[in-house]
Design a protein around this ligand. Structure first.
Ligand code: PLP
Length: 646
């Protein structure tokens, strides 16, 4: 197995092989920016005199600047070498040249995507990125359609998840406010419970009828009605007053798998719902257990406990596992029919771009067989079904700065139906103003009114856009990158299994569960040890040798990895027993609530680097990694034996 030559021009490269390409782009477009300034009003005389750079204070300033930059550049040499195929730790790797170049190109123009006034160009690029991502996940992406999806960038997945919560809350509570205000709109639900539990499509239809009603009114009456509803909304009243006023409703719960990213806990706190309202559902082999979730939802229905949202994860942060989104969507339909309505959000911050492997050039979902032709195992039927079900979600989080190989500062939120987003608008003119005038783009250009942030970089939007245009989001283009990472994962797994056999005399090692995507964990227990705490200490010492030590020259680090922990609540009892047994522990070796004895520390490897399969020094980086690991294990065990005999 080898590298994919199609990826050669895409990255600066481990050895900065493409320095000429990047340099000519950066310098060329910097010149271009210079001419842009000079051509604005060439008749203006220059403000900074040509002789200014001979002034003593200019010279002093420049030398201070150079000294600081030298220091900065020198200290940045202690950065973690994400660009290297020796780095297989966290969810980051080399950056795509198209994104890097576009971002550097756009920076000196400093567009602010808070609104079209401050970003006449890049705001439309951001809206197009939203449509590109929508098409990738299977949402309606024709901007001529009323129910077209809408997406925008955020600083990262954390804020995209918060946006998902905000939008769900706004849409669930709006029909309740409409009822309370006595709005004369057809089809108002009969009580608060029914209003809160409307299906998303029905809530949006109600919102549309409300807009039509307002549009018919003369201006003064229109603002009166608008104000009457506005002051009943949860966004005006606040959580406390809203639920005081609607005693049939309690603050709603949010369900997420126990593998969920901690941004969900943050989001609950920021929204004021409180972390107690976030219920983590135990998993089986790191995937959401839909039976347990179904029981919890049934219980909510029985107790008339409102549910705001259920989250499924497409590529968990720690394990890369994929929840059964198809089963979640079925379950949601079933619960809706029984009268419990809630939003469905896919947190695909990590795995979102894997969809490119599953899309043909016409945007159709590819069959599992076709996708699987280039891989040994991937994709499992469950993974294919989960990806195919993304279009049934109400909203999705995707991080361009993870599997999109773009610089940090780019997450994305996409909702399936644009018509709901006006509910998040800061000013009460969510009703029409631009809504009815102009097209999709005209309607959404005042982005700052909907997003959690205010000012935000247009340069990031330009970067994501250029990447999506240079590498369209289908299997023939962007998918090549994802395919390479899956092949690397399968090669890593083969090396890992060989390592497990080879080292069986000294350690019991194990890939604890099959990965769904491109993250692989590895558990290693020294032979004869029956105490999880001892193994965890051993794993942490091993990890220290896989960390970039800022105190030492970077070159001393041979490989770079990360660690995480396996907990019984995410594994489920069967998997926990199986893994404990394989590692040589008793079935009851883990002690709940006891520090470090309630979990197992494992190495965690992210296999997204595009050139991991390079055979440059006779064997691949992956083979080299396992040889390194064996040497470190030998050393650690020799140290322990030395200590034991001393
Ligand atoms: C990374 C990640 C997040 C958070 O995204 P940031 O970009 O770090 O804010 C949320 N959910 C999942 C599944 C993630 O992997």
């Amino acid at each position: 197995m080898m590298n994919d030559p199609a990826l050669y021009p895409c990255f600066l490269g481990p050895y900065a092989e493409n320095d000429d390409l990047l340099e000519s782009l950066v310098v060329g477009f910097l010149r271009d920016h210079v001419y842009w300034r000079r051509n604005l009003h060439p008749e203006d005389t220059p403000v900074i005199p040509t002789g200014a750079n001979r002034r003593p204070d200019y010279i002093a300033f420049e030398s201070r600047l150079r000294r600081e930059l030298h220091q900065l550049s020198a200290s940045l040499k202690r950065s973690v070498p994400f660009h290297s195929p020796r780095y297989i730790g966290h969810m980051v790797s080399d950056l795509l040249i198209p994104g890097l170049a576009a971002q550097i190109l756009a920076l000196p123009y400093n567009p602010n995507n808070v609104s079209a006034d401050a970003a006449p160009v890049t705001i439309d690029l951001e809206l197009k990125v939203g449509l590109q991502l929508a098409a990738m996940v299977g949402f309606p992406a024709d901007p001529g359609r009323d129910d077209c999806a809408f997406g925008h960038l955020t600083s990262g997945g954390t804020l995209a998840n918060l946006q998902g919560l905000r939008l769900a809350l706004a849409l669930k509570c709006f029909p309740v406010a409409l009822r309370e205000a006595g709005a004369p709109v057809d089809g108002l639900p009969e009580d608060d419970w029914a209003a809160f539990n409307l299906a998303q499509t029905e809530a949006i239809a109600l919102l549309e009828r409300w807009h039509s009603f307002l549009k018919m009114l003369p201006a003064p009456e229109r603002s009166r009605w608008r104000e009457r509803v506005e002051c009943q909304r949860i966004e005006s009243l606040g959580m406390h007053a809203f639920f005081e006023r609607h005693r049939a409703l309690a603050p709603p719960l949010v369900f997420a798998p126990s593998t969920a990213h901690y941004s969900w806990s943050k989001g609950m706190k920021m929204l004021g719902l409180g972390r107690d309202q976030l219920r983590l559902i135990p998993g089986r082999a790191m995937r959401l257990d839909t039976y347990t979730l179904a029981e919890a939802l049934d219980d909510c229905l029985r107790r008339r406990q409102p549910v705001l949202m259920t989250v499924g994860v497409l590529g968990s942060t720690e394990f890369g596992t994929i929840d059964p989104l198809d089963a979640l969507a079925d379950l949601r339909e079933g619960m809706q029919a029984k009268g419990l309505g809630f939003a469905l959000h896919a947190d695909a911050a990590w795995g979102g771009y894997l969809c490119t492997l599953f899309r043909d050039e016409e945007g159709r979902l590819r069959e599992a067989d076709a996708v699987g032709r280039e891989f040994a195992q991937f994709p499992t039927a469950a993974v294919h079904a989960a990806i195919g079900a993304l279009g049934r979600m109400d909203s999705v989080t995707i991080d361009p700065h993870k599997l999109g190989y773009l610089p940090y500062g780019s997450g994305a939120f996409v909702c399936r139906d644009q018509r709901a987003i006006g509910l998040l608008s800061e000013s009460a003119d969510y009703v029409f103003s631009e809504r009815d005038e102009g097209d999709f783009f005209a309607r959404h250009r005042q982005l700052g009114r909907y997003i959690p942030e205010g000012s935000k970089p247009g340069a990031n939007a330009a970067a994501v856009y250029v990447v999506h245009r240079t590498l369209p989001l289908d299997h023939k283009h962007f998918g090549r990158l994802q395919a390479q990472s899956i092949r690397s994962t399968e090669a890593f797994l083969a090396e890992a299994h060989a390592f497990v056999d080879r080292s069986a005399g000294r350690v019991r090692a194990l890939v604890p569960f099959d990965p769904d995507s491109n993250l692989v964990c590895l558990a290693i227990n020294p032979r004869g040890n029956d105490d999880p705490r001892v193994m965890n200490r051993f794993m942490r010492r091993l990890h220290k040798r896989l960390s970039a030590d800022a105190e030492k020259p970077l070159q001393l680090g041979e490989y770079f990895g990360s660690i995480t922990t396996l907990k019984p609540d995410s594994l489920g009892p069967e998997e926990t027993r199986r893994i404990l047994d394989a590692l040589g522990f008793a079935a009851d070796a883990l002690i709940e609530g006891e520090e470090d004895a309630d979990r197992i520390v494992v190495l965690r490897h992210t296999l997204m680097h595009p050139f991991l399969l390079d055979q440059g020094h006779g064997s691949s980086y992956l083979a080299g990694y396992f040889e390194f690991l064996e040497r470190q294990i030998d050393r650690l065990m020799a140290m322990d034996n030395g200590a034991a005999h001393a």
